[in-house]
Design a protein around this ligand. Sequence first.
Ligand SMILES: *[C@@H]1O[C@H](CO)[C@@H](O)[C@H](O)[C@H]1NC(C)=O
Length: 468
Amino acid sequence: MPYLSVAEEQAEWGTGANVPAHKRNRETSPSIMKIGKLPCVLLFVLCVMLFITYIKWNPRKEQAVDASDLQIKTTHELGGLSSKNEIFYGIMFDAGSTGTRIHIYQFSRTPSGAPNLDHEEFRALKPGLSSYADNPIKCAPGINELLNIAKKEIPQKLWASTPLVLKATAGLRLLPGEKAHKLLDMVRELFKASPFLIGKDSVSIMNGTDEGIFAWITVNFLTGSLNNAGKKHSGMLDLGGGSTQITFYPYSKNTLTSSPPGYMTKFELFGNTYSLYSHSYLGYGLMSARLAIMGGEEGKSLQEGEQLVTSCLTPEFVTEFKHAEITYKIKGQKNDEPLFVSCYKRVLALLGGKVEHSKEIPNLFFYAFSYYYDRAVDAHLIDAELGGSLKVKDFDMAAKKECKLIEEAPGENPFLCMDLTYITLLLQESGFPMEKELKLVKKIDNVETSWALGATFYYTSILNKQHS
Ligand SMILES: *[C@@H]1O[C@H](CO)[C@@H](O)[C@H](O)[C@H]1NC(C)=O
């Protein structure tokens, strides 16, 4: 619905500007006779130029409006001035390991602070950018197809003021630097050829800390704390395959002064300055953790006939684990303790003292995403569609239960005991008490809680600074 109203508004502006333009054209010809030759020629040249500009910017009748004026106005107002119900857009490409997604956001300005998100459109393309590593030009048709969707979605007069950004995650982070850069250079060329607004940092690889900060912005925008000084900000936990992130807004001076260097990030958004505690632990994502728990090494294949032996699987149980293109042979270890106990000891040995324990965590509200969500679903702790709330101790109890279950029937869900034990200990080591509640969701207000929305806000404000 909000999209329709934009189309209507646009049509209105169109006719409004159309009428005087035609009148002016008709009125100029008789008046020419009364003026001297030189002004006449100048006036004629001016008319031709106006006409060309008019044709160039307004191929469709309903868009007959002086687009250049509008663009200047829009770009200017993005900087902070507000007029009611003004519409603007942002385009974010999420270049992930398995595919490329485009998010097209439509916002409207509010009298103060954060804008409203009116509409989100997204499409995905497979495979991911990294699969064109040996032939970057091959990524062009896909990127252009997604750009065409943005052109259809966004009114033409707003193209030049709409920021276009691509952020690449895991897939490109793992490529050799040279190959990743060639791919990104290709995308940059395609973006430059598009009619949208491009900045110097518009196409790049994003690190885990940035990803955490952008997801934090998304969550706190959707929960309304960025627009309401009275509402406390929520923290954000993410557990990916390769890394895990924790991001929160510290209310305690102690956190600000005692955090390790590099854990605090300061930025400006919607007229406020935020200092966030944010850290990404590389190698502590769930899949990397599995490998480490089982004694494997990242990127290193096993020798012929070699297998990893683990105290988190039942004795003599044999399976395979594929991670980062390598398949590992796995076997459960003989032991005379309950499986949960032996697994817990192993995980504790791996995690003990490796993650920062923040004292402020018990006082904050936290959302948790990705594998936190998926494993809670697998353990029947939350609904797969709706998500839900749980306490750290629920992960702990589920771990004990699942470890017991595989002791009786090893084949069912062999890694769930290990995963839940890891999740419980990761939370505890990070400073989450057993009674601490976490909220697990995929969407807030029907909008996906991904980093893409937060990154769009962040880059929109940077681009506007560069252009104002
Ligand atoms: C992540 O990237 C940003 C730039 O986008 C940089 O400022 C920051 O220092 C990086 N953080 C880490 C931990 O590498």
